[in-house]
Write a protein that binds this ligand. Structure first.
Ligand code: AMP
Ligand code: ZN
Length: 467
């Protein structure tokens, strides 16, 4: 397996620290609001990385954090007149709902910064002992120049950085490059006691602490969006390596931005859609498909046209699968034997599986992996018919399902109804109502609800949405 490593700026063979195991850490969201579609990109992508490693037989420990103390959370709490922890709790719940809808699996461990303060204080104290950090009036700074490799991830020259950085008037840093590990309490803000007075940790230290606590001092993969390379990941490396004296993460993986009109989607710019609204307007699966239909290191320009196209493409797979399910559904239970012709076709099907794996193993090229699934669907559409053996149909269906599942795409109708099916039932319900068969109409409404489809009768007709 080859992975592009931001640290070495080339694709490298993946060699785990411990055979058969993958330890990975992905920086999670700051929970002060609903996540936007851009935030969903790393979550969907790294979930897919994890799924692929598991498919290959690795035991994966996947850690992603919640940043639940931060200026933005505190600001929102002050605006609403509630506790910061209430804001965090609320948006952790909303995040979980979004992830479940997007079929992003729960992390092995999902730590929260506010529950790891003790570990952060320990690491900061250790860094002070080693001369890598110093305290000034209740603020603890990391001494960037004390870490000789500072800049190695972002490829920034320390002197260039120096000349670009300015010390703000109220700062007491020794050097403009130094960054905060601990900051003193401000009026109305949450705080914890520490050897340097009451205060709270800086952002970067939390990830160094949580990854070493749950994954050990050395990890295989560290991921996040490319905006995190500098300063966040650069600072994580400095903290972790200065503390342990060992290389921190072997492979640094970064997804490119999701843009709108070629500008990074971001809360502060106001150019965003929440993942929730896009999931409601289309479907979570269409959004997941859209993300994976591009290479993770390519920027993606988000638009409604792309969402429409994603939904249509996903429906093509689902319709193919639906047809196979129906072909099988009309058969007696026993399997019949595969014919020699079918056996040749299965070899061809298998070659698409090989292409799928090759694509995934070439730095997780999910776009090419999806193309391989389409090839399989095409094969199914042209070669599976009423005359085919059920064993053959089943083998093709299983393969499409298995590969889709690695990408977290649900294509079976038992799992999720395709749009065409829903429309068909809605029409049937309209007919039933016209002929005053209200019992049947209600039955259909109930049936759809069980499948997660909510009907809404409006003046313009029946609308439906996935709930
Ligand atoms: P934040 O909550 O801002 O710390 O972001 C959480 C995750 O989303 C991080 O991995 C970011 O790098 C990532 N991210 C934020 N905005 C975008 C975007 N427009 N495109 C892709 N990833 C993003
Ligand atoms: Zn982080």
């Amino acid at each position: 397996m080859r992975i592009y490593n931001t640290l070495t700026q080339r694709k490298e063979d993946f060699i785990p620290i411990e055979e058969g195991k993958v330890r990975m850490y992905v920086c999670g969201p700051t929970v002060y609001n609903f996540i936007h579609v851009g935030n969903a990109r790393p979550m969907i992508f790294f979930d897919t990385v994890r799924r692929y490693f598991e498919y290959k037989g690795y035991q994966v420990t996947y850690v992603t954090n919640f940043t639940d103390v931060d200026d933005r959370i505190i600001k929102k709490a002050l605006e609403e007149g509630v506790d910061a922890s209430e804001i965090a709790e609320r948006y952790i719940n909303e995040f979980r709902k979004d992830m479940e809808a997007l079929n992003v699996r729960e992390a092995s461990i999902h730590p929260r910064a506010t529950r790891e303060i003790e570990g952060m204080i320990d690491m900061i104290a250790g860094l002070i002992d080693k001369g890598h950090a110093y305290e000034k009036n209740g603020t603890v700074y990391f001494r960037a120049r004390s870490f000789k490799d500072y800049g190695k991830l972002s490829k920034k020259n320390i002197d260039d950085l120096e000349s670009g950085a300015r010390i703000a008037v109220d700062e007491e840093k020794e050097d403009p490059l130094d960054f905060v590990l601990w900051k003193p309490k401000k009026e109305g803000e949450p705080y914890w006691t520490s050897p340097w007075g009451n205060g709270r940790p800086g952002w970067h230290i939390e990830c160094s602490v949580m990854s070493s606590k749950y994954l050990g001092e050395q990890i295989d993969i560290h991921g996040g969006g490319e905006d995190l390379i500098f300063p966040h990941h650069e600072n994580e490396i400095a903290q972790s390596e200065a503390a342990s004296g060992k290389p921190f993460a072997r492979y640094w993986m970064h997804n490119a931005f999701l843009n709108i009109d070629n500008k990074k989607m971001s809360k502060s710019e106001g150019n965003f859609f929440t993942a929730r609204e896009i999931c409601e307007q289309y479907s979570p699966q269409a959004l997941r498909f859209l993300m994976l239909n591009a290479h993770y290191r390519n920027p993606m320009n988000f638009s409604r046209e792309l969402m429409d196209a994603a939904r249509n493409s996903l429906d093509r797979i689902k319709n193919g699968v639906y047809r196979l399910e129906h072909l099988l559904g009309s058969r007696p239970g026993t399997d019949d034997e595969i014919t020699p012709g079918e056996s040749r076709l299965l070899e061809e099907a298998n070659s698409h599986r090989v292409k799928f794996e090759e694509a995934m193993e070439d730095d997780f090229n999910t776009a090419d992996a999806i193309t391989a699934i389409f090839e399989l669907v095409r094969l199914a559409n042209t070669s599976c018919s009423e005359d085919s053996s059920s064993s053959f149909i089943r083998a093709v269906l299983d393969l499409i399902t298995k590969l889709s599942d690695i990408l977290g795409l649900k294509v079976r109708t038992e799992e999720e109804m395709v749009d065409a099916d829903i429309e068909k039932l809605i029409n049937e319900r309209q007919e039933a109502r016209k002929s005053r068969n209200f019992a049947r109409a209600d039955e259909i409404r109930e049936l759809l609800l069980k499948k997660g489809i909510l009907l809404e009768d409006t003046r313009e007709g029946v609308r439906w949405k996935r709930v």
